[in-house]
Design a binder for this molecule. Structure first.
Ligand code: HEM
Length: 256
């Protein structure tokens, strides 16, 4: 079995497909959880504290890390094998495939952008939440203010009040959209589900899933950035309550 998974091309694709499926499920959960921050900082922080540094959250994080590493390593191996197999033919083959989507030809590059973005993202959030708790601290200093390790809403408000973070996240999420768009379809195709009837349906499902995931994440980025534009009311609590409870004078007249 392990030989089949590691030595055959189909086996490696199956590993990509299974790990990819796990990662998509994580993204759907993570995106849905983040949407809560648009409505209530309190509710969001309650979820964050449930997912703090306890044993089940740690097991889930370790499992998630394993999925990312496996997905990335097998993608690298498959790309190198394809590259070697095609030899000098690779350019001619690419030129003869006008119907092949841009994303499908750039999955590894998109994957690298996603991993780099993930690194930045983990520094923004995970390092100030779970890692801080694992190190036995209550919280950390962020831009001169003490932020509790479970105050995810405050970190979101702070992170997306900076325009350059908004730009970084939008580029990251765009790469994620292209990657998921091809990835979700390819995942099901590897499982042998694609035939003439299901081929267009699966493409459509892949587009819907990737758009839902990316729009959900994007909504949080944009909403918190727009909220931060109203000056002093960019304090975490006011913004994280989606500005509904923001009574600062600077907010008067703004349509939040
Ligand atoms: C743009 C909106 C996003 C926001 C506001 C957000 C927020 C957060 C927060 C608050 C945490 C820390 C949770 C904790 O340690 O308790 C976190 C962790 C994490 N995020 Fe995100 N996230 C976003 C997008 C993404 C995306 C697009 C990905 C993947 C491509 C991602 C992957 C992760 C991972 C892998 C972790 C670590 C999870 C763990 O500790 O088990 N996030 N995120």
């Amino acid at each position: 079995m392990s030989c089949f998974l590691c030595n055959s091309s189909l086996g490696k694709k199956l590993v990509m497909s299974i790990t990819g499926c796990g990662l998509v499920l994580f993204l759907l959960f993570h995106m849905s959880m983040n949407l809560v921050a648009l409505f209530s900082a309190e509710a969001y922080n309650t979820i964050c504290s449930l997912l703090g540094a306890n044993w089940y959250a740690l097991v889930a994080t370790a499992g998630l890390a394993a999925l990312v590493v496996l997905h990335f390593v097998f993608a690298l191996i498959l790309t190198i094998n394809n590259y070697r197999a095609r030899g000098k033919q690779r350019y001619a083959v690419t030129a003869n495939e006008p119907g092949v989507e841009w994303a499908s030809k750039n999955m590894l590059v998109l994957g690298v952008i996603i991993v780099l973005g993930l690194g930045v993202h983990l520094v923004h959030f995970w390092s100030k939440m779970m890692l801080v708790e694992l190190m036995g601290a209550e919280g950390s200093m962020v831009a001169g203010e003490f932020v509790h390790a479970t105050d995810g809403a405050a970190l979101i408000a702070f992170t997306f009040s900076k325009w350059y973070n908004v730009v970084i996240y939008i580029v990251w999420l765009a790469a994620l959209w292209f990657h998921l768009n091809h990835g979700v379809w390819s995942m099901v195709q590897t499982a042998g589900w694609a035939n003439d009837i299901w081929y267009p349906r699966l493409k459509c499902i892949a587009k819907i899933v990737s758009t839902l995931v990316v729009l959900g994440f994007m909504a949080v980025v944009v909403a918190f950035f727009v909220c931060s534009l109203c000056g002093d009311c960019a304090t975490a609590a006011a913004c994280a309550d989606s500005c509904a409870s923001c009574t600062d004078a600077c907010c008067a007249g703004h349509a939040h």
